[in-house]
Design a protein around this ligand. Structure first.
Ligand code: ADP
Ligand code: MG
Ligand code: MG
Length: 885
C-alpha cells in the first residue's frame, strides 16, 4: 500500500506531533475528545520532507489523498468545496512539531472565487461579510503563495477606508469592499502577470505548497536557530473548515490562556474582538476587549469557553493557550497548545499543578528549562530609585522585568548598537516577525499599538525580555526617529526605562536591583534539592558575593579568587612593592603590610559562610597585571622601594611576557617567590581560627593551588605551605582540619592525575583554562574565529560555554579515574563557567564529581539541572527495569 501522507482530524491524536505537527496533533486530540472543532485534515511533516526531496513539487498520490480528504470533509460538514452558492471554505495553516508562533504562514477563506463570493453574499444575506472574507483571502493568498508585499494591499484598504470615511475595517461598507477586491485582483495581475486563480482546488494545492515553502523562509530559520530547533523536521499543513467571526455582532474571535501567562495566576486570561477574523486580534489594529468582558456580553458562550478551557487543562495537565471563534452564536475551538509563559509564571504554575494534584513534584521539576530561571534572577528596578522617578507614560505590562537603554527605532539599528554593547530599547508602533533579531538584541521593547497577545508581547515573554506594549500616549515615528509623549520629544540619543511589570515608561536611566526569591520559587527549588545528588557551590570572591550565593542556595564556595583582593585601593601599592622588590627583605616587608589586610578578607568571608566549605585559590594571574601604569603610580612605589623612576621602569619592563597566559603565573609564582603563597596560607588559617573561635563553628579551610602540571612542582609548593601552617598551630597551640588541593586545568595534570592525587586532597576542574589549553586557542582571542566555526557548523557549541565532552571531557574522565585510584576519597568539583550550564552539569554528574561551582546567579540553574539529571537517570533505570521483566 502506498504511504499515507494525509490524516483527517478523526485519525490522529496528541501523541502524533512528530507526524502531524503540534497544531494538527492537538486538533485531532480535541476532535477525539468531542470538542467543537471545525473538521479538516492534516498533510503530514513527512509530506513536507518529501516535498523538498521532490524538488519542491506536489506529487500525484498526494494530490489524490488531499482530494479524498476534501470529500470526507464535505460529507461531515454538509457543504461542497467549490460550490457556487454556499461554498465550503478552508483555512490552510502551518503547524510545526515545535510551536513557532507567527513564524510561518496561514491563509484563511480559501475557496472563494468571483462567483462563489456572490453566492456567499446571497446565502448569508450579508454581502459585507462575503467581500470582507474575499479581500482577506486575496491578500493572504497573494502574500503567502506569491510573496507579494502586504503593504501594497494595506494601502488600498486604507484608501477605501478613507473614501468610506470610516476608521476601522469592520465599518467599511460592502460597496467599498467590492472595490477593494477589484483593486486587489488588479494588483495581483500586475505583480504576477496572471489572473487571480478561480479554481478552488488549484488555490488549495498552491497554498499547501506555499506553507511547505514557508518552513524555509528567513524568519523561520532565524527562529529555529535562536531556539535550537532542527531545520529538517518539516512542517505539517492543516486544512480546516472555515468558521466565521466576521459575520456580524453575534460573532467574534479571540485567544486566551487558561492561566495568566505573566504571573501564573489561575484565572482565564485573554482577549477577543467582536465581528473580526483570525489575525485581527494579534495584529494590534483594533484594541481587543479583555476576556472578562465576554462574560457580560455573551454569558452562555463565556461559560462554555471557560469549561472547555478547564477540561483541556485537566486533559493536558498544563496551562493551555486557546484560539476560538464564535460563528453566529456557536463556539468553535481552533487551537490548543501548552501556553508559553514567563519563567515566573512557569514556576508558579508548576507548583500549583502539584498542589492541585495534576502533576507529581518530579514532573513539575521537569517542566522548567533550567536556563529559563535566568529570567527570574535578572534585576528589577531599585525601589528607591523608582520611587523618585515619575512615569511619563504607561502601556500594557506585557512582559515583566526592568530595562534601561537608548531608544532604537529599527530592528537593524538595535542589532548594530547591541553589537557595540550599547543598551537599547526597541521602540516600534508594533512589531512583526521580521523584527525578531532586533527584539533579541534589545534590553526591552516598547510598542504603541497592540494588546497583551500582540506579537511584541508574546515574543518578549518567550524571550524573557521586558516589554511594554500598546502605549497609546506614546507616538513613535520610525521615519523621523522620534518618540513623542505630550510635549516631550525624544530621539536616538535619549535613554528611557521600561517596567514590564507595571507598564510604566520613564524618561532617563533608573538603577536596577536583584530579585527576591521566596514563596513558590523557594518551594520549587526545595523540591529540586530533594532530588539532586550533585552539590552546588558558587564562585564568590567577596563577603557580598558569598551572601548572595547563600541566598541563591549555594552550599559552599567552590572558587574564591584572591587576585581581586590584591587590586583593592588599600593595598595595591604594597602589592606593587612586593612585585618590584629586588631583595627578599624588601618583599617580606611589603608582604607584611598585605598580610593583615588579607587575613581580614578571609575572616569576613568565613564569617558569612561559617562552617560551609570555602575553597580559596591562591594567587593565579601573572604579576605584571598588578603593575603601576601612570608616572604618578610608578613614583609612589619607587619612593617606597628607594629606587629611581628609571630603575623602576626598567624593572617593570623586565616583567613583560610574550605569552602571559602560558607564562609566569599560578603556582609558578610560588616556585620563584614562595613568600606570597606562604603569606596567603597564614592569612587563611589565622582567619579560620578566629572565626571558628568567635562563632563556635568548625571552619575547615580548603586551600587550592592553581595551574599545577607536574606532581613535583605541586609537592614543593604544598610542602612549603604546610610547613607554614604547622608553625601557626605550634605557636597558637590550636589546630583545625584543613585541606590542600589543586586546580586541574593543564592537560598534563589530567594525564598524571594519579601522581598529583598523592599530594592533592581534592581536585577542582578549571575547565576554562583546561578548554583553552586542550584546544590550544586562547579564550581571549578565540572570539575572532570561533563564531565562524559555529556559523559553519564545524563546532556545534561554543566549548567555553558547553563542555566539550569528547575531548576535554575525556581528559576529565581520565583525571577522575586516575585520581580515585590513588586516593579513594578524593574530593572532586568543577569551578569553570561550565558549572552553571545544564548539559555540562549533567556531564559532571555522570563523571561522579561531588559538586559543581558557578557564578551566584547561576546557582538555581545548576540546582535544577542537577535535579533533572537525577530524575532522568531514575526514569531510565525504571524503563530498563520494566524492559527486563
Ligand atoms: P498562527 O500559528 O500564526 O496562530 P493559525 O494557523 O493558528 O496561525 O491561524 C491564524 C489565525 O487564523 C488565528 O487567529 C486562527 O484562529 C485563525 N483561523 C485559523 N483557522 C481558522 C478557521 N478554520 N476558521 C476561522 N479562523 C481560523
Ligand atoms: Mg494559532
Ligand atoms: Mg585557570
Amino acid at each position: 500500500m502506498a504511504k499515507k501522507y494525509v490524516y483527517s482530524f478523526d485519525e490522529g491524536n496528541k501523541d502524533m506531533r512528530t507526524l502531524l505537527g503540534g497544531k494538527g496533533a492537538n486538533l485531532a486530540e480535541m476532535t477525539r475528545l468531542g470538542i467543537n472543532v471545525p473538521f479538516g485534515f492534516t498533510v503530514s511533516t513527512e509530506a513536507c520532507i518529501r516535498y523538498y526531496d521532490e524538488s519542491e513539487q506536489l506529487w500525484d498520490e498526494l494530490v489524490k489523498e488531499i482530494e479524498a480528504n476534501i470529500k470526507k470533509t464535505e460529507e461531515k460538514v454538509g457543504k461542497k468545496f467549490g460550490d457556487d452558492t454556499n461554498p465550503l471554505l478552508f483555512s490552510v495553516r502551518s503547524g510545526a512539531v515545535v510551536s513557532m508562533p507567527g513564524m510561518m504562514d496561514t491563509v484563511l477563506n480559501l475557496g472563494l472565487t468571483d462567483v462563489s463570493v456572490e453566492g456567499l453574499a446571497k446565502h448569508t444575506d450579508n454581502p459585507r461579510f462575503a467581500y470582507d472574507s474575499y479581500r482577506r483571502f486575496i491578500q493572504m493568498f497573494s502574500n503567502v503563495s506569491k510573496g507579494l508585499d502586504v503593504e501594497k494591499f494595506e494601502e488600498i484598504l486604507a484608501d477605501e477606508r478613507k473614501k468610506a470615511g470610516v476608521e476601522l475595517d469592520k465599518d467599511i461598507p460592502a460597496e467599498n469592499l467590492k472595490e477593494v477586491v477589484r483593486r486587489y485582483k488588479e494588483l495581483y495581475k500586475e505583480e504576477t502577470g496572471h489572473d487571480f486563480p478561480q479554481d478552488p482546488e488549484q488555490q488549495l494545492l498552491d497554498a499547501v505548497a506555499a506553507v511547505f515553502k514557508s518552513w524555509n523562509n528567513e524568519r523561520a530559520r532565524y527562529y529555529r536557530n535562536m531556539n535550537d530547533i532542527a531545520h529538517d523536521l518539516g512542517t505539517a499543513v492543516n486544512v480546516q473548515t472555515m468558521v466565521f467571526g466576521n459575520g456580524g455582532d453575534n460573532s467574534g474571535t479571540g485567544v486566551a490562556f487558561t492561566r495568566d501567562p505573566s504571573t501564573g495566576e489561575n484565572i482565564l486570561y485573554g482577549e477577543y474582538l467582536i465581528n473580526a477574523q483570525g489575525e485581527d486580534v494579534v495584529a494590534g489594529i483594533r484594541t481587543p476587549s479583555h476576556i472578562s468582558e465576554l462574560e457580560k456580553q455573551m454569558p452562555e458562550i463565556y461559560k462554555q469557553f471557560h469549561e472547555t478551557g478547564e477540561r483541556l487543562e485537566q486533559h493536558y495537565r498544563d496551562m493551555q493557550d486557546l484560539e476560538f471563534t464564535i460563528d453566529d452564536g456557536t463556539l468553535y475551538i481552533l487551537q490548543t497548545r501548552n501556553g508559553k509563559r514567563t519563567a515566573q509564571a512557569a514556576i508558579n504554575i508548576a507548583v500549583d499543578l502539584v498542589e492541585e494534584g495534576l502533576r507529581t513534584k518530579e514532573e513539575a521539576l521537569m517542566m522548567i528549562n533550567p536556563n529559563d530561571l535566568d529570567q527570574l534572577l535578572h534585576p528589577t528596578f531599585n525601589q528607591e530609585a523608582l520611587s523618585k522617578a515619575t512615569p511619563v507614560a504607561r502601556g500594557l505590562a506585557a512582559s515583566p522585568g526592568a530595562a534601561t537603554g537608548y531608544i532604537s527605532f529599527s530592528a537593524g539599528d538595535a542589532t548594530l548598537r547591541n553589537a557595540k554593547e550599547e543598551p537599547v530599547i526597541l521602540a516600534r508602533t508594533e512589531t512583526s516577525p521580521e523584527d525578531l533579531q532586533g527584539m533579541d538584541s534589545a534590553k526591552g521593547i516598547l510598542t504603541s499599538r497592540g494588546g497583551m497577545t500582540s506579537h511584541a508581547a508574546v515574543v518578549a515573554r518567550g524571550m524573557g525580555k521586558c516589554c511594554v506594549a500598546g502605549a497609546h500616549e506614546v507616538h513613535i515615528n520610525e521615519k523621523e526617529k522620534t518618540v513623542t509623549i505630550g510635549d516631550l520629544v525624544l530621539g536616538e540619543g535619549d535613554m528611557i526605562s521600561l517596567d514590564g511589570s507595571t507598564g510604566n515608561i520613564y524618561h532617563g536611566q533608573i538603577e536596577t536591583q536583584d530579585p527576591e526569591l521566596t514563596g513558590k520559587f523557594a518551594k520549587f527549588m526545595e523540591w529540586a534539592d530533594e532530588n539532586r545528588r550533585l552539590k552546588v557551590r558558587a564562585n564568590a570572591d567577596t563577603p557580598h558575593d558569598a551572601q548572595q550565593a547563600l541566598d541563591l542556595g549555594a552550599e559552599g564556595i567552590g572558587l574564591c579568587r584572591t587576585e581581586h583582593m590584591f587590586f583593592a585601593e588599600d593595598r595595591i601599592n604594597a602589592v606593587r612593592e612586593m612585585i618590584l622588590a629586588s631583595t627578599k627583605e624588601q618583599r617580606e616587608k611589603a608582604l607584611a603590610k598585605i598580610e593583615p589586610i588579607q587575613e581580614n578578607d578571609f575572616y569576613e568571608i568565613y564569617k558569612v559562610m561559617e562552617d560551609k566549605n570555602v575553597t580559596v585559590r591562591l594567587l593565579d594571574p601573572p604579576l605584571h597585571e598588578f603593575l603601576p601604569h601612570t608616572d604618578e603610580e610608578i613614583a609612589i612605589v619607587a619612593d617606597e622601594l628607594g629606587v629611581t623612576i628609571l630603575e623602576q621602569k626598567k624593572a617593570i619592563d623586565e616583567l613583560h611576557e610574550v605569552n602571559p597566559m602560558l607564562g609566569h603565573r599560578g603556582l609558578r609564582l610560588a616556585i620563584t617567590f614562595p613568600e606570597i603563597y606562604q603569606m596567603q596560607a597564614r592569612a587563611i588559617i589565622r582567619a579560620a581560627l578566629r572565626v571558628s573561635k568567635e562563632l563556635g563553628v568548625e571552619v575547615e579551610p580548603e586551600i587550592m593551588i592553581p595551574l599545577a602540571g607536574d606532581p613535583r612542582e605541586l609537592k614543593v609548593v604544598t610542602d612549603s605551605i604546610r610547613k607554614e601552617i604547622e608553625q601557626i598551630f605550634e605557636e597558637t597551640g590550636i589546630t583545625l582540619n584543613y585541606h590542600i588541593g589543586t586546580m586541574i586545568e593543564i592537560p598534563r595534570a589530567t594525564l598524571l592525575a594519579d601522581e598529583i592525587a598523592e599530594i592533592a586532597e581534592f581536585f577542582s576542574f578549571g575547565t576554562n583554562d583546561l578548554t583553552q589549553m586542550t584546544y590550544g586557542f586562547s579564550r581571549d582571542d578565540a572570539g575572532k574565529f570561533l563564531s565562524q566555526y559555529l556559523d559553519d557548523g564545524i563546532f556545534e557549541k561554543d566549548p567555553f560555554q558547553v563542555i566539550d565532552q569528547k575531548g576535554v571531557g575525556q581528559l576529565m574522565a581520565n583525571a577522575v579515574k586516575l585520581g580515585k585510584r590513588t586516593r579513594k576519597d578524593l574530593h572532586l568539583g568543577i569551578c569553570g563557567e561550565h558549572g552553571g550550564e545544564p548539559s555540562s552539569v549533567a556531564f559532571c554528574d555522570d563523571l561522579g564529581l561531588d559538586y559543581v561551582s558557578c557564578s551566584p546567579f547561576r546557582v538555581p540553574i545548576s540546582r535544577l539541572s542537577a535535579a533533572q539529571k537525577t530524575i532522568r537517570d531514575r526514569q531510565h533505570k525504571m524503563t530498563r527495569l520494566v524492559e527486563s521483566l
